[in-house]
Design a protein around this ligand. Sequence first.
Ligand code: PLP
Length: 218
Amino acid sequence: MSIKHNLDNIQSKIPDHVTLVAVSKTKPISDLMEAYSAGQRIFGENKIQEMAEKHEQMPKDIQWHMIGHVQRNKVKYMAEFVSLIHGVDSLKLLKEINKQAEKYNRIIDCLLQIKIAEEDSKFGMSAKNAQELLISEDVSVLKNVKITGVMGMATFTDNVNQIEQEFKRLKTTFETLKTTDDSLRIISMGMSGDYQLAIDCGSTMIRVGSSIFGARNY
Ligand SMILES: *Cc1c(COP(=O)(O)O)cnc(C)c1O
């Protein structure tokens, strides 16, 4: 199946209020251009260097989302152009993003990554830490970042019930945080295998890779 066919198929299944991020990590520019020609404008990458190279080579009306774990010393390579950073999980990282955004006179949108999975290999903050961060003086002085929502990754499992519980946990966390900060808008959850379930649980942004571009060979 063509990339355009896959994109059309997914778009036909998701409601208007849900944003599709096409996760293009490891894929060649030619694949991304096929998606671009089919109308896709939001791409997600998980390595900063790879994203910066693709940004260089591709049309400038693309919105680039960093969906992977962010190393602080690499924020400078994406600060000029990144449109949303999904995986923010510490004040230290937020401060670095703020510092680099300031150099370009930009405000960079960020999502707080919340740990919803049981396995401990996944990054993310507890709901409690996210709440504390959101109300802290330390964050209120950062003028070049804006926290616009939350992101989560479910456990890698076939157990649909467990995934559903974890998605619901993220939705609940979002609602709680929203009572503190009414400007929060985004719940980034759901990938190729579980985006329908994620949407049923309240997702407003899905990150889909293999269902668009095919399996990845690492
Ligand atoms: C790779 C990746 C995805 C997409 O995964 P698929 O199963 O290929 O849809 C989504 N989110 C994150 C954080 C990823 O690293």
